[in-house]
Unconditional design. Structure first.
Length: 255
């Protein structure tokens, strides 16, 4: 019986300690929201989005003064939701830009919203969001992404002129999107019948690891239309005649 009482006492102590720890965490968020925000942002920068979002939520619950800190916590909570591909990410970002249009983070929120909509293939919505981004305030690593994704949105909404202009901005500079931007720029030029422009871009893509295999198919058609048959034969000779690639088989029949 005495042993059972000791066990019960220990369980009570553990329960009290646990509840005290939880209360202490909540008290810190209530009394020191700025410290909690900094901890959350550190988690965010280390890509621990789930833990960061929970802490940002605590800040929002206990700091209801509509301060700059509250707005920043609301922004980062929405971005965490986007990084985690949560279903409510788009709604959270839209709410932020609606309520904080003059906030210095508004442009970043529009950019994050455009990313979410781009991922969902809602290209027209993504374009509207991109239009609200302060381009000149973008960091260098986001500029290429901005040009490529706006270009692709224009391409998918059949605005080829604007798509081509966007791809042009990044096709000749080293960046993550250089290869696909160069390809789409060349493809649009080819469809326009601007073969010399397409020829230059597709030639540069011959050494591209992602587009090197498809570039010869365009080049062969361009050289054939220009009656440069020696170049056609040179390129065809490098293709595999036994391939299951329908485009390659079509080219062999053409030759």
């Amino acid at each position: 019986m005495r042993i059972m009482k000791k066990i019960s006492f220990l369980c009570l102590v553990i329960a009290l300690l646990t509840s005290s720890a939880v209360w202490a965490q909540k008290t810190v968020a209530y009394n020191e929201p700025e410290a909690s925000f900094n901890d959350a942002r550190e988690l965010f920068l280390n890509e621990k989005y789930s833990a960061a979002m929970a802490l940002f939520q605590d800040v929002l619950e206990y700091d209801q003064n509509q301060s700059a800190l509250t707005a920043a916590a609301e922004f980062y909570r929405a971005v965490c939701a986007a990084r985690l591909f949560n279903n409510n990410a788009e709604e959270l970002l839209e709410t932020f830009v609606d309520n904080n249009s003059e906030n210095s983070l508004a442009s970043n929120a529009w950019f994050e919203l455009a990313r979410v909509q781009y991922h969902k293939r809602a290209y027209r919505d993504a374009l509207k969001a991109f239009e609200n981004v302060d381009f000149f305030g973008l960091k260098k690593d986001k500029i290429a992404e901005y040009y490529f994704k706006t270009g692709y949105c224009y391409l998918k909404t059949n605005n080829l002129k604007k798509a081509k202009a966007a791809f042009y901005e990044i096709k000749d500079t080293e960046n993550l999107y250089q290869g696909p931007a160069n390809y789409y720029y060349a493809h649009i030029s080819f469809e326009e019948g601007n073969y010399e422009t397409a020829l230059r871009s597709f030639t540069s893509l011959l050494v591209d690891p992602d587009f090197g295999a498809i570039a010869p198919h365009y080049l062969i058609r361009i050289y054939f239309s220009q009656q440069k048959y020696e170049q056609v034969i040179d390129l065809v000779s490098e293709l595999n005649p036994d391939t299951n690639d329908k485009k390659a088989q079509e080219i062999f029949r053409l030759v």
